[in-house]
Write a protein that binds this ligand. Structure first.
Ligand SMILES: C[S@@+](CC[C@H](N)C(=O)[O-])C[C@H]1O[C@@H](n2cnc3c(N)ncnc32)[C@H](O)[C@@H]1O
Length: 392
């Protein structure tokens, strides 16, 4: 699958624990806004408020616990939070001691998913922003499936390779201006300066810049995050049917009376819609449109090739190799990606040409060149999606 599996990188957990961080805080100063955002997500996932109120719910990799507060406020039958990172565990405790009065008290299990074996299945299982493409994590995803009871619902995060590409470019640029041999603190400072102006263009962002830099630009496990929706549905197999997604990209004009037996084929229908629309993941500013599935499959494959080129370049740096050829490969794959873009994403094309210029000048660029990049600074993909699947 991946060309560089030989190089063993730190996992999320090892990285977080080494630096004593849990870079996943949300802006919860205004709790009712936070709750509205969570409700908007779950509504798109076909999980309205009432779905939680009588259910047994498990959240795996609960982070700070901020997201779980919304579920606790719906008074589920039970809420179990699984989180092994000591910083996260303390944050969950402090979150609930600060806000807990109106919510049910969750059961906090301070174990890794690898070591957790529930006695009975759950009605709703949630695991956001964690499991990706590494072999180990795919086995864990399989394990997670076994925690879901009949007609139960599993929610996970997926990442669009096309939507990931703008931040992969930033990751590549990071390795140029903040060499990997600098300390964690030095790299953080440089990269905050490089990307603050980019992140300032994102009006609805709820994470702070430091957390974003740690989790996206420095986290060694970053490349494995890119578990696409088609790959996830493939892993779920025929046992699970897609219920909803955020963004909700699938229109279904079929008559419900025809949706039974083999004709229902929810996953096949969803994927047809996905391939018509996945170019929309490239640019979060873009008004969505329908496109050509064949072109879009080509785009997705080229975006995956770009991911592997950026990963190979970073691996080369870690291994102290001469990376000239690996650098040219990054530039040439990006050029090919740009060549495949449909007319409908013109604004993104201009931004990517700007980025390609930076990449081609790789020996000369500095932090200010990145911070001031006029068009590229505005390009962020619709990187993360959420999907809910139901056990059938
Ligand atoms: C990117 S954070 C996401 C946190 C939270 N779900 C969110 O969306 O804000 C990844 C989380 O996975 C947790 N994690 C990493 N390895 C784990 C493991 N083996 N078992 C359970 N959780 C793990 C980390 O401690 C961290 O809280």
């Amino acid at each position: 699958m991946h060309s560089n599996e030989a190089l063993k990188r730190q996992t999320h957990l090892e990285f977080y624990q080494q630096h004593g961080i849990s870079p996943v805080s949300y802006d919860i100063k205004n709790l009712s806004d936070h709750f509205e955002r969570r409700a908007s997500l779950y509504d798109q996932l076909a999980l309205p408020t009432l779905a939680f109120s009588k259910s047994r719910v498990l959240e795996v990799a609960a982070g700070t616990g901020h997201n779980s507060l919304y579920i606790a406020a719906q008074h589920p039958a039970s809420l179990v939070l699984l989180e092994p990172n000591s910083v996260g565990i303390n944050e969950i405790k402090s979150t609930y001691s600060q806000f807990g009065a109106d919510f049910i008290e969750p059961i906090l299990i301070t174990k890794k998913l690898e070591d957790y074996f529930p006695e009975s299945p759950y009605e709703i299982v949630i695991c956001e922003n964690w499991l990706g493409t590494s072999k180990h994590e795919q086995l864990l995803l399989n394990k997670l499936k076994s925690f879901v009871g009949p007609r139960g619902i599993l929610v996970i995060t997926t990442v669009s390779p096309v939507g990931f590409l703008p931040n992969l470019i930033r990751r590549f640029l990071s390795s140029l201006v903040a060499p990997l041999n600098l300390s964690f603190e030095e790299r953080s400072t440089i990269l905050k300066n490089a990307f603050q102006s980019h992140l300032d263009t994102l009006k609805a962002m709820t994470r702070n810049v430091e957390d974003w830099v740690h989790d996206n630009m420095i986290n060694p496990a970053y490349f494995d995050l890119c578990l696409s929706t088609p790959t996830a549905l493939d892993l779920f197999g025929v046992e699970f049917e897609i219920l909803g997604s955020s963004p909700s990209i699938s229109e279904d004009w079929r008559w419900f009376k025809s949706l039974y037996g083999e004709d229902k084929s929810s996953n096949i229908h969803y994927l047809k819609e996905y391939w018509k629309k996945n170019h929309n993941f490239l640019d979060s500013r873009l008004e969505p449109s329908s496109g050509d599935a064949e072109v879009n499959i080509g785009l997705e494959n080229k975006a995956i090739e770009f991911l592997e080129a950026v990963r190979a370049h970073e691996d080369g740096l870690i291994q102290g190799k001469n990376v000239e050829k690996l650098r040219s490969k990054v530039a040439s794959v990006l050029q090919e990606f740009i060549g495949l873009l449909p007319e409908s994403v013109l604004l993104a094309k201009v931004a990517l040409e700007d980025a390609l210029n930076l990449i081609q000048n790789n020996n000369k660029i500095n932090v200010a060149d990145i911070a001031d990049s006029e068009n590229f600074a505005h390009l962020f993909g619709r990187e993360t999606s959420y999907i809910s699947v139901q056990k059938i």
